[in-house]
Ligand binder design. Structure first.
Ligand code: SF4
Length: 347
């Protein structure tokens, strides 16, 4: 079996080199640096490795390189990348908000959470990404910009907690200071809150950020938007979040996408204020980006203002983010078109 080098943590790489290829342990640092710091595309570029060792690597391992099928830039600078990875088509996004440059990565081909407002949910599930496929998206984005990627969010296609082993490896790799070295606090894992998922992040005992796609603090409304929420009650989810905040000392971000006539009433705002009371959190309100083929709509400006004004005096921290990248379908909930296109047989 060909070894996928980009998806190996430093420790895994070292163990493999020593135990399988009978190399000295110091080779791991050399190879890891070529892969994740210099990010070279081929073994031939690894000039401080002997030719014999490079040939052994060529015969036993590979460095995955996504093919960039398309790159679409929105008016305000958000860039959506359509990539071809070994497992299928994938999408990733660069969100430039100087001094912050955020890469939004996918973790699965499609998603099985089935969120009714999301294009990826509509596309269905087509498989898990391997850790090297997750990491490779970041390097592809990084190679196309002169700016240093400062932040990473796992908020693209897929539910990260549903592909945990690959995600955990990818987190360890991209935060390793021998590689691209994105600080743990600059990396955010987003989840709808699958049972036991947040605990896995807590168990890492690291400082990664957590964003929970809440979208409603009323169970029935939440289940309407996120069918997978039937597996976890709002009170269980709150308990999990408290465990995260208690262990890491960090606040959790509650993502709340406002959708007309669904979760934008004052009753819903009241439920959200009640739910967030006593939970160290910030509430990130987003206005829904319409998805072709789905009936949901964004609320009017007045409704958005009324909702936010209700929350401001009642909650610790509320931000309203006009979602970026809507004009290139690179915004939250809009990824996944490449999978739908592939299914329709037009690509
Ligand atoms: S919103 Fe996230 S969890 Fe829900 S279907 Fe879309 S990608 Fe999956």
């Amino acid at each position: 079996m060909v070894v996928k080098l980009l998806g190996m943590t430093f420790t895994e790489l070292q163990n493999w080199l020593v135990n399988e290829l009978h190399q000295k342990p110091f080779r791991a640092k050399q190879l890891f640096t070529w892969l994740h710091f210099r990010r070279v595309a081929s073994f031939d570029e690894m000039t401080n490795l002997s030719l014999k060792f490079r040939n052994t690597l060529k015969a036993t391992a590979e460095i995955v390189h996504p093919e960039q099928v398309d790159r679409i830039e929105s008016e305000e600078g958000t860039v959506k990348y359509l990539l071809k990875l070994p497992g299928g088509p994938a999408e990733a996004v660069l969100i430039p908000e100087p001094p912050r440059f955020t890469a939004c990565l996918s973790t699965q081909y499609g998603c099985r959470m089935g969120c009714t407002f999301c294009m990826t949910g509509k596309a269905g599930f087509h498989g898990n990404m391997t850790s090297d496929e997750i990491v490779a998206q970041l390097y592809t984005i990084s190679d196309t910009t002169d700016q240093r990627i400062s932040n990473v969010v796992l908020m693209g296609m897929g539910e990260p907690m549903d592909n945990w082993n690959a995600v955990e490896n990818a987190l360890n790799i991209i935060s390793d200071d021998r590689g691209i070295c994105i600080g743990q606090r600059k990396i955010t894992v987003s989840t709808v809150g699958v049972p036991g998922g947040i605990r896995k992040l807590v168990d890492m005992e690291k400082q990664y950020g957590l964003a929970v796609s809440l979208h409603s603090a009323v169970q029935s409304t939440r289940e309407l938007l996120i069918p997978a929420a039937r597996a976890i009650s709002l009170s269980e989810l709150r308990k999990d979040m408290l465990e995260y905040t208690g262990t890491t000392g960090r606040r959790v971000t509650l993502e709340y996408c406002l959708i007309e006539g669904v979760n934008d009433s004052i009753d819903q705002a009241e439920a959200l204020a009640d739910y967030s009371r006593g939970l160290p959190c910030k509430i990130n309100l987003l206005v829904y980006n319409p998805v072709p083929g789905l009936d949901w709509k964004p609320p009017t400006e007045e409704t958005v203002d009324r909702f936010t004004e209700y929350l401001y005096p009642r909650c610790q921290a509320v931000t309203l983010r006009r979602s970026r990248g809507g004009d290139v379908a690179g915004a939250c909930g809009q990824l996944g078109a490449s999978i739908l296109t592939k299914e329709n047989g037009t690509r």
